[in-house]
Write a protein that binds this ligand. Structure first.
Ligand code: NAD
Length: 339
């Protein structure tokens, strides 16, 4: 095990949902890190997500594309980047079905450019050792495909079987990471995480959509019969897992991150509606707004994570229970939508 101490960190996609939560968490928890935050500000990124950062002088925002190789090479040299924490992606499965091209470009080609820039700077120019630098890639449990009701949860040895253009592009980027570790000794770690929920998520995603519909009295769209199951993790817990892996993770290893917290979409909507009935009684019962819509093509039925490895090797556990996390989340969006 080679511990790593991040100092000059390139965050990609830090104006998006998980990225901005991580930027906040990282600045707050480590007074010695300096962050360079490269984000293209697509429809999914928003600078307002970065307002009110703790110690903002240690955060430099750069608007740009991870596929712009000249820009990326320049950032490595200018800021002497020793750590990459790579969030940037096109991330919405529905959009990958209606228009897959940007997913292949950002998720696969963009990850290639970042890895290759890291190889050039760390291995050829600086000739740094394993402990000096680290490339952590944030991936998804969707690369493993879909589970049946009685299947065991995904472990790190579950074969990849991506079913959507989104998950296929993420699977491709995971394989590139492995190849850069194996062939060029770029020190890498990888995490495959389940569905996140919490503050700052784009309002097109399921949890914010449900909460917004409740506040606005609009129909809550639920795919198919609502039986699809996801393992939900509070976003701050994902951030602590990434932090632990970056500092303590074994090189070349993948860690599955989840909440041991499986709910069907219908159960999730019922939980959110129950909280909404308390904090927005004028709209109760919010379950009246539920509306079943045609299913997404190729919709994976169930994802679940076996997190035994990160628990035993890195001593990581999620801190938030689903009850506290979902309540905090509804209350946070309440401030946004109840205007
Ligand atoms: P998001 O869509 O909210 O944010 C993505 C960010 O990347 C945005 O700020 C966007 O502007 C930026 N971006 C997109 N293309 C870019 C490019 N070419 N160059 C630079 N920046 C670009 O996504 P998210 O939900 O925060 O997900 C972050 C990462 O975590 C992704 O890699 C995703 O695959 C992974 N992940 C997400 C979840 C989840 O539940 N949201 C679960 C597991 C893994």
């Amino acid at each position: 095990m080679t511990d790593h101490t991040p100092r000059n960190v390139l965050i990609t996609g830090g104006a998006g949902f998980i990225g901005c939560n991580f930027v906040r968490y990282f600045l707050d928890s480590d007074p010695d890190v300096r962050l360079v935050d490269l984000d293209l500000l697509t429809y999914a990124g928003d600078l307002s997500n970065l307002e009110g950062l703790p110690d903002p002088d240690r955060h430099t925002f750069v608007k740009g594309d991870i596929c712009d190789r000249e820009l990326v090479d320049g950032l490595f040299r200018e800021h002497e980047i020793d750590t990459v924490i790579h969030f940037a992606a096109d991330s919405h499965v529905d959009r990958s079905i209606s228009g897959p091209a940007p997913f292949i470009q950002t998720n696969f080609v963009g990850t290639f450019h970042l890895l290759d820039a890291a190889r050039l700077y760390w291995k050829d120019e600086k000739k740094w050792g394993d402990e000096d630098c680290r490339f952590h890639h944030i991936s998804t449990d969707e690369v493993y495909g879909s589970l049946g009701p009685d299947d065991p949860p995904f472990s790190e040895t579950t074969p990849y079987a991506p079913n959507s253009p989104y998950s296929a592009s993420k699977a491709g980027s995971d394989h590139l990471l492995r190849a850069y570790q194996h062939t060029f000794d770029v020190p890498t770690t990888l995490s495959n995480c389940s569905n996140n929920y919490g503050p700052y998520q784009h309002t097109e995603k399921f949890v914010p959509t449900v909460i917004r519909s409740c506040f606005e009295g609009n129909k809550i769209p639920i795919y198919g019969d609502g039986s699809n199951v996801r393992d939900w993790l509070y976003v701050r817990d994902h951030c602590t897992a990434i932090d632990r892996i970056v500092r303590k993770g074994k090189l070349g290893e993948c860690y599955n991150v989840g909440g041991c917290n499986e709910w069907s979409n219908l159960e999730l909507v019922n939980k959110i509606c129950a909280i909404m009935d308390e904090i927005h009684p004028e709209g109760a019962p919010h379950t009246d707004l539920m509306s079943f819509v045609s299913d997404r093509p190729g919709h994976d039925w169930r994802y679940a994570i076996d997190m035994a490895k990160i628990r035993s090797e890195l001593d990581w556990e999620p801190e938030e229970t689903f009850e506290t996390g979902i309540r905090k989340t509804v209350e946070w969006y309440g401030k946004l939508f109840a205007k």
